[in-house]
Design a protein around this ligand. Sequence first.
Ligand SMILES: NC(=O)c1ccc[n+]([C@@H]2O[C@H](COP(=O)([O-])OP(=O)(O)OC[C@H]3O[C@@H](n4cnc5c(N)ncnc54)[C@H](OP(=O)(O)O)[C@@H]3O)[C@@H](O)[C@H]2O)c1
Length: 207
Amino acid sequence: MNVTIVGTGNMGRAIATRALAGGHRVTLVGTELGKAQRLADELTGLGDVTAAEEVSGQLVVLAVPYTEAPHVVAQHADALAGTVVVDPTNPIDLAAMEPLADVDGSGAETIADAAPDGVPVVKAFNTAFAGTVLSGAVDGLPLDVFLAADDDDAKQTVAQLVRDGGMRPIDAGELRRAAQLEALGYLHMRIQHNFDAPFASAVKILT
Ligand SMILES: NC(=O)c1ccc[n+]([C@@H]2O[C@H](COP(=O)([O-])OP(=O)(O)OC[C@H]3O[C@@H](n4cnc5c(N)ncnc54)[C@H](OP(=O)(O)O)[C@@H]3O)[C@@H](O)[C@H]2O)c1
């Protein structure tokens, strides 16, 4: 698959690394071409990765702050036709460490409202910390990546990306379930003081 990742920070680097590990082609889009090019240069030994100013391909991952995501979708609206948008964001006020108060339903549904008609949004990766996505595993177990979406084909496409990257997709249901995934993502951050190695834990379903 061709995967565009918008955002060149922690999650952008981590999801790009997993996508490359799965043999996919990655295009990085940043606030500046130079930033995307620097990350592409860093990851180039891992596979086929380039920098660009426009999004393209089958999957477009919004690895940006939640508040930026609707703007990114609007900015690239014309290029999003035929793609699946992947939303790993958590709508959190990081300064206050509290969920953003003005989110109605879920952040993912707000992003879906901003997306062009017919472009499906899949919530994914938001309950996992960037360092664990980077490696794809915690404590020797594949990372669980929870998915919520209304479009089953789109969800299966993202599930394949997750599997190819050595992780385990968990179907959490429709896009409205993103509200619970975002609450889980927030809770996972909020309880880090309990652990000796903060932000190295993972939310895992054991069966
Ligand atoms: N870090 C985690 O462990 C984690 C875990 C789960 C979910 N998430 C979610 O993942 C998202 C990204 O988090 P992060 O930790 O990767 O943040 P980060 O390290 O701060 O990176 C954010 C990136 O977004 C870029 N960006 C901002 N606005 C943009 C725009 N309009 N167009 C293109 N790029 C833009 C920033 O570019 P500049 O550097 O140029 O500003 C930066 O590269 C957030 O929504 C967060 O809630 C993070």
